[in-house]
Design a protein around this ligand. Structure first.
Ligand code: NDP
Length: 255
């Protein structure tokens, strides 16, 4: 049981699979009396995860599953502005995890809709939700944690991934600027940049083609979502004046 995380309210985006889902479980296992707001578009999956966490924690972890498309600016504003119930508004930790790569991602070939979805989800969605949650943080004494899930792709761009890499580089710049902007407050901004993690990420990338997705992990030993979840919970659980600003984590074989 982590005394520092005990009783806190944590909001996780993209909690219906992969890293977000694993992070929800990890928070509950580390501090069972934590409150979790789990958001994504697949509400049925979120409800199942909520029931699993509530069962595993024997009802100690309270979970609020919320359908939220972070790429929809209006939805994000309404969610924080009015629909988030009063007893859930004392958010302590925001984990900006929702994100995706879509398509081949070569500049000359990529479809407009895929460019749009990556930028609106990975960049604008993260910025919009952060802006809204900052209002809640400031209303409660300018205190709270923002943990952004970036990517190694934001540091080391690769050919054939221009849009995704650019989107994650934007997350990195945003995190760094915001951390500096908030230096006089008790709001911590932290970024975790994973390398290869085996999740639904590649299935989404290849429009649901499981064969192509599986091929990505052939002959490699990727991280698990739990590897990243442990780091998220670790950084959130540090003493208030400790900022684990920037973490790069990747499989040991990954160049
Ligand atoms: P998954 O595909 O397993 O999870 C992505 C999550 O994001 C899902 O829960 C999905 O939920 C959610 N999501 C996607 N679009 C939206 C949206 N518009 N609104 C709300 N939620 C959305 O992949 P990962 O767990 O791997 O990805 C999590 C993060 O980790 C991403 O930001 C990704 O870029 C990053 N990352 C992943 C790496 C990897 O190798 N897997 C490497 C480096 C970084 P739903 O579909 O229900 O909305």
């Amino acid at each position: 049981m982590s005394a520092r995380l005990s009783g806190k309210t944590v909001l996780i985006t993209g909690a219906s699979s992969g890293i977000g889902r694993a992070t929800a479980f990890e928070f509950s296992r580390t501090a069972p009396d934590i409150k979790l707001i789990l958001t994504a578009r697949r509400i049925d999956t979120l409800r199942e995860i909520a029931a699993q966490i509530e069962g595993e924690s024997q009802g100690r972890t309270k979970v609020l599953p919320v359908m939220l498309d972070v790429a929809d600016q209006k939805q994000v504003a309404e969610f924080v502005g009015s629909s988030l119930p009063e007893e859930w508004r004392a958010v302590d930790v925001l984990v900006n995890n929702a994100g995706l790569v879509k398509g081949v991602d070569k500049v000359g070939e990529i479809k407009d809709e895929d460019i749009n979805i990556m930028i609106t989800t990975n960049v604008l969605g993260l910025i919009n939700l952060t802006q809204q949650i900052l209002r809640l943080f400031h209303a409660r004494g300018s205190k709270g944690d923002i943990i952004n899930i970036g990517s190694i792709a934001g540091r080391e761009p690769y050919a054939g991934g221009a849009i995704y890499c650019a989107s994650k580089a934007a997350v990195r710049s945003f995190s760094d600027s915001l951390r500096k902007e908030l230096i006089a407050t008790r709001i911590r901004v932290m970024e975790i940049d994973p390398g290869q993690v085996e999740t639904e990420f590649s299935v989404v990338r290849f429009y649901g083609d499981k064969k192509k997705a599986d091929a990505v992990y052939q002959g490699v030993d990727p991280l698990t979502p739990e590897d990243i979840a442990e780091v998220v919970v670790f950084v959130a659980g540090r003493r208030e004046n400790v900022v684990v600003a920037d973490t790069l984590i990747f499989p040991s074989h990954q160049a």
